[in-house]
Design a protein around this ligand. Structure first.
Ligand code: SER
Length: 316
């Protein structure tokens, strides 16, 4: 990785991944690709180059790849699970037509490509506990449908054309820089904002609903170390299960309450979010990621909670 393009650089993951890549590979070598209306601001804007890159426009991707001699593309453009249910066609256009554009440019210009998949690529028929790397993937959400297709199309470009595609299946990502939007796991971010603001948290997910989650620093490390991994060791490519913690609402609430004793939470379950959450795994088995490229998370619920509260108190 020498010259990197991040598509979706102003989103929840992109905004932090771009800065982390700039730290590791040099500010001028990492281009922040964004769409009109989601311009980079502050440090993200000032620390390095940025370009409008609409993933649905192949010529636009190609001209940036050529201008900056890009060799690696992080393609993070997507609609999250809840919003994709109300805009399924747009979710497909961005997630799959967009991916096809990225892969074509990568094929012609010899770029490596990382396009994340998700716990959303699994469905109700998938074994829910310690979900294996290779198992049934029959999601019934449009988000899931695009993620399974992402995995297959990325593998297709690798086997057919030799494009160096690699990816992880991200769990719910918890972070304090850019908020997520329209996801099923967003509650696990929102709850920290409520705790720091001194507000009662209204939880849209029912007690006892386990989902895999991860703190942003671990997610960034996963995305970067996989792209740096020795390709001869990779048996899988698109996409690896990665895991660091799995919890239900009452568990994250208890972890926060330990630090913020008067914090209160009530439930008002959102039927759409709940049905999506019910169809996703309770916990993933990430043995393949550990064995094939040395994946190892740092944060657990307790250490993440301490860090989230500290960062958000400073920010808000
Ligand atoms: N965070 C995503 C969502 O909730 C899952 O990958 O949609």
């Amino acid at each position: 990785m020498k010259n990197i393009l991040v598509i979706g650089a102003t989103g929840q993951i992109g905004s932090e991944l771009t800065m982390e890549l700039r730290k590791r590979y040099g500010n001028t070598n990492v281009v922040a690709g964004y769409i009109q209306g989601a311009e980079p601001k502050g440090e993200l804007k000032d620390s390095g180059p940025s370009e409008i890159v609409d993933v649905t426009n192949e010529a636009m991707i190609e001209s940036v790849v050529k201008a900056y001699h890009i060799d690696t593309i992080y393609n993070l453009a997507a609609l999250l699970s809840v919003v994709a249910e109300s805009k399924p066609k747009l979710a497909w256009k961005i997630g799959i037509d967009g991916l096809w554009n990225v892969l074509e440019v990568a094929r012609v210009h010899g770029c490596a490509v990382f396009t994340p998949s998700s716990i959303g690529s699994f469905g109700a028929d998938t074994p829910h506990t310690l979900t294996p790397q290779d198992t049934i993937q029959r999601p019934r959400t449009m988000y899931g449908v695009t993620k399974v297709t992402t995995e297959m199309l990325s593998d297709y470009y690798h086997t057919k054309y030799g494009v160096d595609t690699r990816a992880v299946r991200f769990p719910g990502i918890i972070s304090n820089v850019t908020p997520p939007g329209g996801g099923t796991t967003d509650y696990a971010v929102d709850i920290y904002y409520s705790a720091v603001k001194g507000e009662k948290f209204v939880c849209p997910i029912a007690e006892g609903t386990l989902m895999d989650m991860m703190y942003m620093p671990d997610a960034l490390n996963a995305a970067i170390s996989l792209m740096e991994a020795d390709p001869t060791k990779l048996v899988h490519r698109n996409a690896f299960n990665i895991a660091s913690m799995s919890f239900a609402p009452e568990m994250i609430y208890a972890a926060i309450k330990k630090e913020v004793p008067d914090f209160e939470m009530v439930y008002d379950v959102d039927p759409l979010k709940q049905s999506i959450a019910n169809s996703w795994p309770d916990s993933l088995d990430d043995t393949c990621a550990r064995n094939e490229w040395g994946w190892k998370p740092v944060y657990d619920l307790e250490s993440m909670t301490k860090d989230m509260l500290e960062k958000l108190r400073a920010k808000l």
